[in-house]
Design a binder for this molecule. Structure first.
Ligand code: FMN
Length: 329
């Protein structure tokens, strides 16, 4: 039941792989706020083997982020093996994670991500090829199946374990469900029961209390958080406190939220380059950090139009001193 990479606590908290969100700056921030393990965005095996500059840039990480998994996807065992070997040689993360869960059309159409869940021989072929190509532990992230008629989380998970996966994350929904309905945590419990390798539970953990409840209800070895971390790296700190039997710290003040948002923004500009594109892509994070504050709707609307960091600083300081949203110049 041991994790195949070093973790400092008995029940590690994972920041989920999230395209466009779990980039190096956010991963670093979440590590500092108490995430025990982080995972890269999913990287295309084809992009990696072609040496795509963009894909290689997405694979880079800071030593402070460790332990980190790099996640790859694809439907060709040989390409996946090549990608895993390259990731191992060039970046040497703590483990390689295979994405069998992505529901996005563009990926599934090429039989990548959850597309593989329709063909478990292919799933096993990919895991075996990847495991043979790297000295690093190989883990997998799956959904409960392709659709209701293929729904078989235990069967899929057992095949993954048999093929050599050293840990498994289950997002307990099918591909057809996308993000609708509720994740079926009882399926996580069944997979925990059936497998010998560590199982990481994932799906609908939005508060620190949910982390404790998922752990209690499923017996999972670790908990992975995706959407619940949006604008809220504090969820890791709070969950750790609850798991340790300590009271949850006070919620962050507006000032703390803004300070963290600015730190996140500065890190992002440093890593991605100080360009209008970076600023535009960062707007979603600003909106998430403002969630729940008085007048959040107007504040978020304003933040969704910013073009520079200086403008964000002005909006934040005006809000803190007056409680009002700065009008556009
Ligand atoms: C914006 C976004 C991007 C995602 N990208 C990935 C990805 O690259 N790889 C992956 O395995 N899952 C990806 N996921 C799925 C999440 O890792 C996670 O399995 C799912 O969101 C359920 O967890 P949650 O209920 O905590 O959000 C993504 C989810 C979101 C919301």
């Amino acid at each position: 039941m041991e994790f195949p990479f070093r973790v400092a606590v008995p029940v590690p908290l994972f920041l989920a792989p999230m395209a466009g969100v779990s980039e190096a700056p956010f991963r670093l921030l979440c590590r500092r706020f108490g995430a025990d393990v982080v995972v890269s965005e999913f990287l295309s095996s084809e992009g990696l083997r072609r040496g795509s500059e963009r894909t290689l840039r997405m694979a880079a990480f800071d030593a402070e982020e460790r332990p980190i998994g790099i996640q790859i996807f694809g439907s060709e065992p040989a390409a996946m093996a090549e990608a895993a070997a390259l990731v191992t040689d060039v970046f040497a993360p703590d483990y390689v994670d295979i994405n069998f869960g992505c529901p996005v059309k563009k990926v599934v159409k090429r039989n990548g991500g959850s597309g593989c869940l329709k063909d478990l021989d292919l799933v096993q072929g990919i895991i075996r090829a990847v495991a043979a190509a790297t000295r690093l532990p190989v883990t997998v992230k799956i959904r409960s199946g392709w659709d209701e008629s293929h729904r078989d989380p235990v069967g899929i998970a057992l095949r993954c374990q048999e093929a050599g996966a050293r840990a498994l994350t289950l997002h307990a929904r099918t591909r057809t469900e996308m993000f609708s309905g509720a994740a079926r945590w009882e399926e996580i419990a069944s997979v925990v029961e059936a497998l010998e390798i560590p199982v990481i539970g994932n799906g609908d953990v939005t508060t620190a209390a949910d982390v404790v409840r998922m752990r209690r209800e499923t017996g999972c070895a670790g908990v992975m958080i995706a959407r619940g971390s949006f604008g809220n790296p504090w969820i890791f700190r709070d969950a750790r406190a609850l798991l340790d039997g300590r009271p949850v710290p006070l919620a962050p003040t507006a000032e703390e939220r803004f300070r963290t948002a600015l730190e996140h923004a500065r890190l992002t500009l440093a890593v991605e380059g100080d360009t209008p594109k970076t600023a535009m892509e960062f707007r979603k994070h600003l909106g998430w950090y403002a969630r729940g504050l008085p007048g959040a709707a107007a504040l978020r609307e304003r933040l969704h139009r910013v073009a520079t960091l200086a403008e964000v600083e002005q909006i934040f300081s005006h809000y803190l001193t007056s409680g009002e949203v700065l009008a556009p110049a």
